[in-house]
Design a protein around this ligand. Structure first.
Ligand SMILES: [Co+2]
Length: 293
């Protein structure tokens, strides 16, 4: 148990350090690819591995955009940039994000996401039903000037599993039976948009991130499926981390249900999005934030 928590703590420390390093890199004109590669290199130099490709989501893109191989995109001179980073140590992942307001127009969206995240974390404790946790937080800290994105949820973190186990929604769910337990580790995250926004993230056609489902098909794809599973286990990966010959097989592997594809998620009415996220461990007295920096 101690060793498990130490691995989570180490992964979280490296994740927080990567976010601290990311902040000064966010300026208009900088290539997204350069930021992603530098942060992923930092994680490896610290003796960890990326738990997923660095996500850099600009403006109304909420989640799941990671630069593609040779991606020419650069940061704009205005608006919000979400940097979502994760490291893993021996399979134990951390996951945290910051939002940078390049032009100073949307600081209030970031403030309200952070305030709601802190309220959620303050209410997290062993034995609390998730439904009750969210209801209480919503009553106490519902954002006034912004709208929560309702279909992006926090998630439990387990060895080689980024999105399995219990989920932590941000608005009171109609059905949710699960209870928070001591020793569990969560990525708690909150996304806000303006009151003009839909408050919902919708999938685009573009996919920049994949993960393995564990399926090994017969025939020629079997060997590549096995190799990808050996390299990344079930954690998300980027086409940037593959050989060009492997990249050409991604859509085929997805069709054969070897891979899960994570489409880029955009705010439903194209309004700007802010994100706040931390990795926490549930202890007897409450949640301890592991990714504070
Ligand atoms: Co994240």
């Amino acid at each position: 148990m101690t060793i498990v928590i130490e691995a989570f703590e180490q992964a979280a420390r490296i994740t927080a350090d990567a976010l601290a390093a990311a902040k000064p890199m966010v300026r208009g004109g900088v290539r997204l690819l350069e930021i992603a590669e530098r942060l992923e290199r930092l994680i490896c130099e610290r003796g960890a591995r990326p738990a997923f490709p660095v996500n850099i989501c600009v403006g109304s893109i909420a989640a799941h955009y990671s630069p593609l191989p040779d991606d020419p995109r650069t940061l704009p001179d205005r608006g919000l940039v979400k940097i979502d980073v994760g490291a893993h140590v021996d399979g134990y992942p951390a996951d945290a994000a910051i939002t940078v307001d390049i032009s100073g127009d949307y600081g209030w969206l970031i403030d309200e996401a952070e305030t709601y995240l802190e309220a959620l974390i303050a209410n997290l404790r062993p034995g609390v039903a998730i439904k009750r946790l969210i209801k209480q937080t919503y009553e106490e800290a519902k954002p006034l000037r912004s709208r929560l994105i309702v279909n992006l949820c926090g998630h439990q973190l387990q060895r080689f599993k980024l999105h399995s186990g219990k989920s932590i929604p941000v608005v009171p769910p109609r059905f949710h039976r699960e209870v928070i337990r001591e020793g569990e580790v969560f990525a708690v995250e909150v996304f806000t948009t303006t009151t003009r926004g839909a408050g919902e993230a919708v999938a685009e056609a573009l996919v920049t991130i994949y993960s393995h489902t564990g399926r090994i098909p017969g025939g020629q794809l079997g060997e590549i499926s096995r190799q990808l599973l050996a390299r990344f286990n079930m954690l998300p990966f980027s086409p940037r981390w593959l050989d060009p010959s492997e990249v050409g097989l991604l859509s085929q592997l997805h069709k054969k249900r070897v891979l899960t594809a994570y489409p880029v998620l955009r705010e439903g009415r194209n309004e700007p999005v802010a994100q706040a996220e931390h990795t926490v461990v549930i202890e007897r007295g409450g949640a301890r934030v592991l990714t504070r920096f």
